[in-house]
Design a protein around this ligand. Structure first.
Ligand SMILES: Nc1ncnc2c1ncn2[C@@H]1O[C@H](COP(=O)(O)OP(=O)(O)OP(=O)(O)O)[C@@H](O)[C@H]1O
Ligand SMILES: [Mg+2]
Length: 226
C-alpha cells in the first residue's frame, strides 16, 4: 500500500460571527496517500472549503493537528507555514485566480519565483508543463485572452510548478461546461498518475467524485468515508 503523506487528526474549526458561534468542523480525521485522488463532497456550507484551507495550511484550525511528511504543520510559525505551503502544496480554485497582467507562462512561473528559484531555471519546466496540457502556443496569452477551460488548465499547471506533495482543488471545474469539466478531470487524473501526485478535490460534481480513489463525505462537521 502506498505511503501516507497527509494525516489530519480531530480537526475543529469554529467562527464567531455577529449572529453567534459557528462550529463548522467538529473533529475531522482524514488521511491521504501518495498519488491518491480523494474527493470531498457534501452540501453547500458543510465546510469543504474550510477543510481544504486547513489541509493547505492557509488557515489554522481551532483545534486538531495536521501531519505532512512527519512535519507537525501547525507547530510552525506563520512565516514557516508560508514557506511550507509554497514548497509543499499546490492550490487550484474554482475561479482560476491567475494574475491578469501576467502571461500564462509568467503565471505558471510565479510560485517558483516566490520560492526563490531563478527565472532561467523555471522557464523550461513551465513551458513543458503548459505543453503537457495542450497549451503550447498560448504561453504569451494573458488570462483575458484564454478560454475558461484553458484558464483552469493553466491554474492546474501552476499548482504543480514547485513539485508539491499534494494539490488541493476547490471546485476546480465548478465554473466550466460539461465538456470542459470532463477534459479537466481527465487531465487531473493523467497528471496524478504520471507525476505520482495526490489530489484532494472538493466538488459538487458526483461524476468526478465517483472516479476518485476515495470519497470523503462531510456531514455535521465530521468526515465519513464513502
Ligand atoms: N471566515 C468565515 N467567517 C465566518 N463564517 C465562515 C467563514 N468562512 C466560512 N464560514 C461559514 O462556514 C460554513 C462552511 O463554509 P465553506 O465555505 O467551508 O462551505 P462549503 O462546503 O465549501 O460550501 P460550498 O459548497 O457552497 O462551497 C458556512 O456556513 C460559512 O458561512
Ligand atoms: Mg466551498
Amino acid at each position: 500500500m502506498s505511503k501516507t503523506i497527509l494525516e489530519a487528526h480531530d480537526i475543529h474549526k469554529s467562527y464567531t460571527t455577529p449572529v453567534g458561534f459557528l462550529h463548522v468542523l467538529r473533529g475531522v480525521d482524514l488521511e491521504v496517500r501518495e498519488a491518491e485522488i480523494v474527493a470531498v463532497v457534501g452540501p453547500s456550507g458543510v465546510g469543504k472549503s474550510t477543510l481544504l484551507h486547513i489541509l493547505g495550511a492557509l488557515d489554522r484550525p481551532t483545534k486538531g493537528c495536521l501531519w505532512m511528511d512527519s512535519i507537525d504543520v501547525f507547530s510552525l510559525s506563520d512565516d514557516g507555514l508560508a514557506r511550507f505551503r509554497n514548497r509543499t502544496i499546490g492550490f487550484v480554485f474554482q475561479f482560476h485566480h491567475l494574475l491578469p497582467e501576467f502571461s500564462a507562462l509568467e503565471n505558471v512561473m510565479m510560485p517558483a519565483l516566490i520560492a526563490g528559484r531563478k527565472p532561467q531555471e523555471v522557464v523550461g519546466q513551465a513551458r513543458e508543463l503548459l505543453a503537457r496540457v495542450g497549451l503550447e502556443g498560448r504561453e504569451s496569452h494573458k488570462p483575458a485572452e484564454l478560454s475558461g477551460g484553458e484558464l483552469q488548465r493553466v491554474a492546474v499547471v501552476r499548482s504543480l510548478i514547485n513539485d508539491p506533495r499534494i494539490v488541493l482543488a476547490d471546485e476546480p471545474s465548478g465554473n466550466l461546461d460539461s465538456a470542459n469539466s470532463l477534459a479537466l478531470h481527465e487531465l487531473i487524473w493523467d497528471l496524478s498518475s504520471s507525476l505520482k501526485k495526490s489530489f484532494v478535490i472538493a466538488t459538487h460534481n458526483l461524476e468526478l467524485a465517483a472516479k476518485a480513489d476515495r470519497i470523503i463525505k462531510l456531514a455535521d462537521g465530521k468526515a465519513m468515508s464513502g
